[in-house]
Design a protein around this ligand. Sequence first.
Ligand SMILES: [Zn+2]
Length: 241
Amino acid sequence: MIVLNYHELAEASPSNAWCLTHETFDTHLALCGDRLISPQRFLEHCPDPNASRTGTILLTFDDGFLSDYTHVYARYVRTNRIPGFMSFIPVDFVGLPGRMSWDMIAELGSGGVAIGSHGMAHIDLTTVSDVELDRELTMSKSILENRLGQPVTLFAFPYGRFSRRVWDAALKAGYTHLFTIQLGYHGGFEPFLYSRLCLTNNMDAEYMRQHLLDPDAMRGLAWRISTNLGLYRQLMRWRYR
Ligand SMILES: [Zn+2]
């Protein structure tokens, strides 16, 4: 399983590297073809160790942009052209210009989109105190759960930044699936960590094609050597200690 991570989608003139045009997104969907799966199916298959090497693809969107609702949900999910996606919400951003309202998020949630937390204020959780870390994790979870009327067990680390302290706190807060920004197949070096490819403007269609063929192709030498030696998990646990 491969997990792709998007942010804002725009008709034209992307305002930053993480904003992609509708045309680029269409190109990506065409490359994904019938390999796209729903978040529900993704979560069902997660415990299966053999599932990680299947070619299925999950779409995820971070930061609660309006385009999750106006473009991805309205244009693709409601017409059954894609089987759903995950949307990670930074709670403090809800209702701000260019971001979704609570009503929109609730509609996504009841329409089968899997809603996850992206914290409160979208801060690098590796830099905050234990108290602030707990607040980011637990308050965002309970606010989302109250608004949606359903459990929220998915979390995406803001900026993809995480450490062992951060993931321990997230698990303790009741999250079960934690999404990073790393290359490669969805199975991270811990069973609850899920790698995602974060799409930016400078990745062309060929880059995407390569990633879908072999998500590990662009990983570096350190990964190759440590994986061959069976030391990748140990190395990562040391790196993120
Ligand atoms: Zn973010």
